[in-house]
Design a protein around this ligand. Structure first.
Ligand code: GLU
Length: 376
């Protein structure tokens, strides 16, 4: 724990995410004093030679305000229009305030495909790292104008955790209108207690997260937990803290405890496996029997055709699939060595029969253990 606490003070690279309710007033107009306070804190970190990346929500909210819509836009075209108008307004204000402190910013708008396509993923990493090398603070959001719902990440909590993994940040700050994760809803239950340190996301903790969220943003505690889970497996410390609090970053870094910290797991996933587990698009499902489930989770073995009982979806060699155990739960995710139609033909068969059934044998395994992540 000592060592872990040290990271909070000594980190070199951080991702800071601010939610819609922190940058917009409830009517959708930009909350200038709050944005100013966040920018000031980021510049202060920057001046201490730390690299910071800002993930900011608020485009759709700000755009809705400008378009005169009441509440969050409902239809996809309205959301896209609001994002187009709002993103400009948001960027303008960041640009202006950062410039007052002499710091350059660069707008980076990402979509799910920038993570799910391995080549684009590496491209995005290069672009972000180059900005940092030039001393620029990347200001990141999802590209809501072009990303329609089906292909959206949808919330910036998840986006910021993926960004943290992408650039190998040591710490992710989720600044929000809540102070952290409580044992109950603090607005309804005065006895609710703040959970200060979390080393494992248990089902109980997931239950606590519920489905809360403010009216303009899309997040809430549930997406923060998803983000924390990604970060924990990627070796990133995650801090949830109150965006509205004066000097919140400095105070958390100084060791104040009114926040929730999720500590990374000891055995973080290597880069490729992080990508398989959290970024790549899942193209289908492979159902396996009890013996195979034991071989995978108990002994860390590869998945052979003999353990496969069914296939769902259409996928190609190299796509990511979800591996489902006999209880119907997802057991693992991995890159397949055969297409869905090939697996249909070889399921249940012995490895030695692959060549006869397919007319060729490229691999022994359906999913090799080096391309597989258990317990996502
Ligand atoms: N990208 C959305 C926006 O800028 C925010 C998504 C979220 O609320 O997490 O409005």
């Amino acid at each position: 724990m000592e060592e872990q606490h040290r990271i909070i003070k000594t980190f070199k690279r951080a991702v800071v995410k601010v939610g819609t309710s922190s940058v917009n007033h409830p009517n959708g107009k930009l909350n200038i004093s709050q944005i100013e306070s966040i920018v000031r804190q980021l510049v202060d970190l920057y001046n201490q030679d730390k690299e910071v990346l800002l993930v900011t929500s608020g485009a759709v909210g700000a755009g809705a305000g400008k378009l005169g819509l009441k509440g969050r836009p409902k239809t996809i075209p309205e959301k896209q229009a609001a994002a187009a108008v709002g993103q400009g307004a948001l960027m303008h204000i960041y640009e202006k305030i950062f410039a007052e402190y002499g710091v350059a910013v660069g707008q980076v708008l990402l979509t799910r495909e920038d993570f799910s396509d391995r080549r684009r993923f590496l491209n995005a990493r290069n672009a972000l790292c180059t900005l940092l090398r030039f001393g620029v603070i990347p200001v990141i959001n999802e590209n809501d104008t072009v990303a329609v719902d089906e292909i959206k990440l949808g919330d910036n909590d998840n986006l910021s955790a993926l960004v943290a993994g992408l650039v190998e940040a040591e710490i992710l700050f989720l600044l929000s209108d809540v102070e952290g994760l409580y044992t109950a809803d603090p607005r309804k239950n005065p006895a609710a207690q703040l959970l200060e340190d979390i080393s494992e996301i248990t089902p109980d903790i997931e239950e606590l997260a519920g489905e809360t969220g403010s009216c303009m943003g899309t997040g809430g505690m549930a997406t923060k937990l998803q983000a924390a889970r990604i970060a924990m497996h990627s070796g990133v410390v995650t801090v949830i803290a109150g965006a509205w609090k004066k000097d919140v970053l400095r105070r958390v870094i100084a060791g104040e405890r009114d926040r929730t910290i999720f500590w990374p797991l000891d055995n973080k996933l290597e880069n490729k496996k992080q990508w398989i587990a959290y970024s790549s698009t899942v193209h289908g499902k492979i159902f396996i029997d009890k013996g195979a489930a034991q071989a995978l989770s108990g002994q860390g073995k590869s998945l052979l055709p003999s353990g496969v009982v069914g296939v769902e979806g259409v996928f190609e060699l190299g796509n990511t699939v979800s591996i489902i155990g006999p209880d119907g739960m997802e057991l693992a995710r991995g890159l397949v060595s055969y297409s869905s139609s090939d697996i249909e033909k070889i399921k249940g068969a012995h490895t030695k029969d692959i060549a006869r059934l397919l007319g060729r044998k490229d691999y022994d395994e359906v999913v090799h253990r080096n391309n597989m992540v258990l317990n996502i």
